[in-house]
Write a protein that binds this ligand. Sequence first.
Ligand code: IMP
Ligand code: MG
Length: 184
Amino acid sequence: SRDTILRRVHELARAIQDDLQAAGATTPPCLVSVIEGARPFARLLQQVLPGQLPVYEVRASSYGRGTVSSGQVAVSGAERIPVQGQHVLLLEDIVDTGRTIAALRARFLGDGARSCRVATLLSKPSRRVVEVPLDYTGFEIPDEFVLGFGMDLDGRYRELPDVVIYDPEVERSFRGAAAATGGA
Ligand code: IMP
Ligand code: MG
């Protein structure tokens, strides 16, 4: 639920700050949100971390349509982010196969970032194809397709306030009901 998410994001923010302090960091991290999905998570983290740090956005897509990953990661917008010499903190909604985060880390480190850490709201460890280090994980979840709080199915359900498990049966029965009443 969003309450649980909010509490957990506060904990992640605390851990991020503690690590920065322990490392004697003199510059704030360069926050990079993987859109569209990570927007709500990134926005919340931005509000909870001190200093209203800017959040840059990069687009990455591995899911073409549906719930199965295509295996290819297309990245766009990375060239506009000034990562050179910066400690990048990638903000992701959910790490599934790990391909998206692996591709983005390689990209930013290749572009001259000093480091690239990862904070993700959710992780599905059982689905991992590429091993990626996750520095901050909100919740580990089983192999289910989830929706809401930024996460979508072909653009739908992103705005749901809570994270829910996708159940095609619910959609089917709803569509059936709508058809029966001739409804939109
Ligand atoms: P990966 O590259 O396989 O780790 O996929 C990561 C991306 O796939 C995430 O940024 C999401 O956009 C999408 N994704 C993976 N699992 C889910 C899910 O359960 N619901 C919605 N999107 C997902
Ligand atoms: Mg995503």
